[in-house]
Ligand binder design. Structure first.
Ligand code: ATP
Ligand code: MG
Ligand code: FE
Length: 333
């Protein structure tokens, strides 16, 4: 089974061909990061324009590198949502046009299902499993009993982890996106600043990062007023320690309670070195639960993950038709 995946939910225009849902034949990502950097965030109008300019080239490149013809494809999988509506529409319409032109089945994929299925490109999925999804727009613990079935057992009540990283980075005058910069600084600094951890109610697997973000901003503001200097490295280290502590503790607790065989890490923040290391350390103490962490290139937005998730849906007989529309607030479960 060869599936072409197309992803345009945010600021990367991506296309990939995946064989049998597990083997990457090509994985092309055209990032628009440089265009959005000077605005300190993704500008939706600019994102849409870039997608229009890049999409044909990116798909062609994915097909060429894979060495697969459209006639050989089994299906085309595309991100339906969530994301920026104008950005999603470019991918959805490209997918519809190709599916129509070549008479191929069309499969609609949830962007977060894609992030989770990035793991299937590196390891067999063993159910039941738990996935910690940490990205620019999502922070969720997703329980899966079988392929294609997602149960969200915890989610953020305010900011996503990646969003908190980007906002704190901005306060520290670091370039956008700030996640990787904080990660780098955190490894050079020391945890010297006492910051809150939002555990929420006993037994809750929900998250909250806005209190932590405010605490960082207030600490920086107060120090400035008093003319005191806070080393950005120590602030980065302290902030990162708080985020990781909550993410890892809740993931480990949920993995135990739900008696899972596997824990999967997913989403852009999964690229965080501190998070990867701490999750590895804590999971090693839980004998018998396998931890899967995809390589960095599969953690951030890409289309191989969409093709991987799309392959499973295709095999389950799920099909979209020519009425498929982008859904900026599509639900996972
Ligand atoms: P979503 O997937 O929720 O729709 P998105 O696609 O914009 O959102 P991703 O591309 O999956 O999000 O992830 C981007 C986020 O990951 C950004 O917030 C970025 O700062 C963060 N990020 C990337 N690398 C790191 C890192 N090393 N440490 C922390 N955060 C990181
Ligand atoms: Mg992105
Ligand atoms: Fe994403």
């Amino acid at each position: 089974i060869y599936v072409l995946g197309i992803e345009t939910s945010c600021d990367e225009t991506a296309a990939a061909v995946v064989k049998n849902g597990t083997e990457i034949l090509s994985n092309i990502v055209a990032s628009q990061m440089e265009s959005h950097k000077r605005f300190g965030g993704v500008v939706p109008e600019i994102a849409s324009r870039h997608h229009v300019e890049q999409i044909t080239f990116v798909i062609e490149e994915a097909m060429n590198q894979a060495g697969v013809s459209f006639q050989q494809l089994s299906a085309i999988a595309v991100t339906q949502g969530p994301g920026l509506v104008g950005a999603l529409l470019i991918g959805v319409n490209a997918a519809k046009a190709l599916a129509f032109a070549y008479g191929l089945p069309l499969v609609a994929v949830h962007h977060i299902a894609g992030h989770i299925y990035a793991n299937r490109l590196v390891a067999d999925m063993k159910f039941p499993l738990l996935s910690l999804v940490v990205s620019g727009g999502h922070t969720e613990l997703v329980y899966m009993e079988e392929h294609g079935k997602f149960q969200v057992i915890g989610e953020t009540r305010d900011d996503a982890a990646g969003e908190a990283y980007d906002k704190v980075a901005r306060a520290l005058n670091l370039p956008y996106p700030g996640g990787p910069h904080i990660d780098r600084l955190a490894h050079e600094g020391k945890v010297t600043i006492d910051l809150p951890r939002a555990w929420l109610e006993e037994g809750s697997y929900d998250f909250s990062f806005s209190g932590l973000k405010s605490a960082v901003l207030n600490t920086l503001h107060n120090a400035k007023q008093r003319g005191e200097h806070i080393d950005p490295k120590d602030m980065a280290a302290s902030f990162q320690a708080s985020v990781i502590d909550v993410l890892v503790t809740k993931t480990v607790n949920a993995a135990k309670e739900y008696n899972v065989r596997q824990v999967l890490l997913a989403g852009g923040v999964a690229a965080n070195r501190g998070l990867r290391a701490e999750l590895e350390r804590k999971m090693a103490e839980l004998n018998g639960i396998e931890l899967v962490i995809p390589p960095l290139s599969l953690c951030t937005d890409n289309a191989a993950m969409i093709a991987a998730a799309g392959t499973v849906l295709f095999e389950q007989g799920k099909r979209a038709d020519m009425a498929l529309n982008a859904d900026p607030s599509l639900e996972l479960a």
